[in-house]
Design a protein around this ligand. Structure first.
Ligand code: WT7
Length: 638
């Protein structure tokens, strides 16, 4: 191993420094990224930093370099911070003890489980599906795969057996790692039952390893099933790391697309490692000794990049939380922050909005003076939620990083650097060094003036980008590189202010054309939300004889007793005033909830089908956060 410990990844620490680095990253990307890559440990350095052709499309970073990511996340820390806490685990039930794992302990656990995988016949390149609760063993399992060069495919443990089976089969996983059950609030989810159901349709799975977590009774399939603790008995915790190529796959992670079939995004080792570490350190301005907590599930990219790989690669202390924000009460997040003296807190706008509905005394009863930096991710954050986060949680004293990125980008693309570059509420602000965003017209012409609104596109490769869709490179090309040839197309719209700050305005596929006018759903929803009785709204279109499309608004209100007619009238007036008469919703339905994905995004596809009376083709709703809401909306449709 070539180690160069003096050469630590340096943090961008001033606005000037940001500009200098940004310019360097555009003028000479190869020297910019190689400087950063040089701070990691490699078995062999690269021949070429970057080779790409987005017509094919292909992107390769650090060609022919050899490494193992777990040596960067674990082994290299043993010299200087072996006894530092790598992971703090906080259980679902606050009366149970939390646990801490040092880098030395985590290293030993990963190596031991890597040997278990080998004993079960897993080899470099094999795909291993992981379907587990938020326990430390989930991290151990993923790093153990990386240790031996197996490719992990983590499926969020809230997904149904159907969703699990589809994902296992799509990437032909040989092994499944799971647990008997999972605690989530007051619920005990029978993971193993769900797995048994799924595996009826997955003949390619040869073996499963089951963690005893809830100790509930499970059905046992002899010859296939084995216990984690029994397989680990007397297994050595020394395991030489497999030497991997920079562009070997590290993991597959599924994300939903506009069609029903999930896309297995493939991330490769070296670029992902370099990009998640660099972005973690700089966006959050993480300092040694800080306690960092990202509330996402490891089953999402946010958890992969910013609970596990990014933080561990730079030797941080990362919190893993097994529970949910409202168990046992709506103060759980703040109680955990105080308990573990969390300095960096990263969550989603949907969680912020849910918590904001409750009295601020639930936040204020805790001493949160430990907090230094707040973050948000997953969807645009509205002003009211931002303000509450800033005033009540941050006590007006913590920079907020609004981080725009995607499963496909691997890491944060547009965000302020906490306390270093200026923040602006509801704006993700500036691109990270190395990221070259632009705005396009629908025809694909770049908008050259500073202040502009258009389709967001990325002009140049960055190390963290997904390299393909597993088993379907054509789809990768079609979805991301064909709409605007020469650009990566993320599918979002954005506007840019005079200072170059970007504000993400929502998916561009949510644009609705009414009587020839382009209407974004986001500004209309924002207008509807201005009504004092409105909690949240979602707007979709349905076909209209004359206008082409008409607008259907689903609205959640605070007060169900308010006369509906009045409310409809007032909402239309507000929209008319703030956006224009053309944007007035044609139909308004008051609902109790909106169908959302687990990452908090409104499933407009489903709402569109309901508005179109196309109930039959709604399809599987089991992966939603709140599947019940769909039937409610259908029942009450006017
Ligand atoms: C989509 C990606 C990145 C991890 C979580 C979601 C939206 C994400 C923001 C933000 C406005 C955002 C975009 C993007 N999005 N972050 N800070 N402001 N919109 O990952 O499930 O792959 O979704 O989430 O629309 O394209 P994902």
């Amino acid at each position: 191993m070539e180690t160069d410990q003096k050469n630590e990844l340096k943090m961008i620490s001033s606005y000037e420094d940001y500009h200098t680095k940004y310019e360097q990253s555009v003028k000479d990307p190869e020297s910019f990224w190689s400087e950063i890559a040089n701070t990691f440990v490699w078995h062999q350095k690269w021949d070429k930093v970057l080779a790409y052709d987005w017509e094919i499309p292909t992107t390769k970073w650090f060609t022919n370099a050899k490494l193992n990511i777990t040596e960067n996340c674990l082994d290299r820390h043993l010299e200087f911070r072996a006894d530092q806490t790598a992971i703090i685990w906080e259980p679902n039930d606050p009366s149970q003890p939390s646990k801490k794992y040092t880098y030395r302990e985590l290293h030993a656990k990963v190596c031991q489980f890597a040997n278990v995988l080998k004993n079960k016949g897993i080899q470099k390149g094999d795909r291993v599906c992981i379907y587990m609760p938020m326990v430390v063993e989930l991290t151990v399992a993923m790093l153990a795969c990386a240790r031996i060069g197996a490719v992990h495919s983590i499926v969020f443990a809230g997904f149904s057996s159907e969703a699990l089976a589809t994902r296992i089969n799509d990437s032909s996983c040989k092994m499944l790692i799971t647990a008997d059950g999972a605690y989530r609030g007051t619920k005990n989810i029978p993971l193993k039952n769900i797995v048994d159901e799924a595996l009826k349709r997955c003949p390619i799975i040869e073996s499963t390893i089951i963690l005893k977590n809830t100790a509930q009774d499970i059905h046992w399939v002899p010859g296939r099933d084995s216990w984690w603790h029994l397989e680990s008995m007397d297994v050595s915790n020394y395991c030489e790391a497999e030497i991997m190529d920079a562009e070997d796959p590290l993991f597959i992670l599924y994300t939903s697309g506009s069609t029903g079939k999930p896309k297995g995004m493939v991330h490769t080792i070296a670029g992902y490692m370099v990009y998640t570490s660099f972005s973690f350190l700089n966006v959050f301005q993480y300092q040694q000794g800080d306690i960092y907590w990202c509330t996402a599930d490891i089953g999402w990219i946010t958890g992969h990049s910013y609970i596990v790989y990014g933080p561990l690669a730079v030797g941080a202390t990362s919190v893993i939380f097994e529970g949910i924000p409202n168990y046992p009460g709506y103060d759980r997040f703040w109680q955990v922050c105080e308990k573990h003296q969390v300095s960096h807190f990263y969550t989603a706008p949907t969680a912020i909005r849910a918590l904001k509905k409750h009295p601020s005394s639930l936040v204020e009863k805790y001493d949160l003076s430990c907090l230094k930096v707040l973050g948000t991710v997953g969807e645009p954050i509205n002003v009211e939620a931002w303000q509450w986060y800033n005033d009540i949680v941050g006590n007006n004293n913590c920079p907020i990083v609004d981080t725009w990125w995607q499963t496909e980008t691997g890491g944060i693309m547009i965000s302020s650097l906490a306390g270093v570059t200026p923040q602006k509420s509801t704006f993700a602000t500036l691109p990270l060094p190395g990221i070259q965003p632009t705005l396009l017209t629908p025809k694909g012409t770049e908008l050259s003036e500073k202040e502009a609104e258009g389709i967001l596109a990325i002009k140049f490769p960055w190390p963290g980008m997904a390299r393909t869709i597993y088993g379907d490179h054509n789809r990768y090309k079609k979805v991301y590189f064909s709409a605007y040839p020469g650009y990566y197309f993320p599918g979002d719209g954005a506007l840019r202010d005079i200072d170059g700050n970007y504000r993400i305005t929502g998916r561009v596929d949510d644009v609705i054309i009414v009587s020839g006018h382009n209407l974004g759903t986001a500004p209309i929803e924002n207008a509807i939300n201005q009504h004092p009785l409105v909690v949240e709204s979602a707007l979709v279109s349905y076909p209209h004889e004359i206008k082409g499309n008409a607008l259907y608004a689903y609205v959640i209100t605070y007060d169900k007793d308010e006369k509906e007619e009045n409310l409809h009238k007032e909402i239309k007036e507000i929209v008319s005033r703030l956006v224009g008469p053309i944007a007035k919703p044609d139909k308004i339905q008051i609902v109790t909830g909106l169908p959302k994905t687990r990452s908090g995004k409104i499933m407009r596809r489903i709402l569109r089908k309901i508005a179109n009376n196309d109930i039959a083709s709604i399809g599987d709703t089991s992966t939603l956060l709140n599947p019940d809401v769909v039937n409610d909306i259908i029942k009450n449709k006017k």
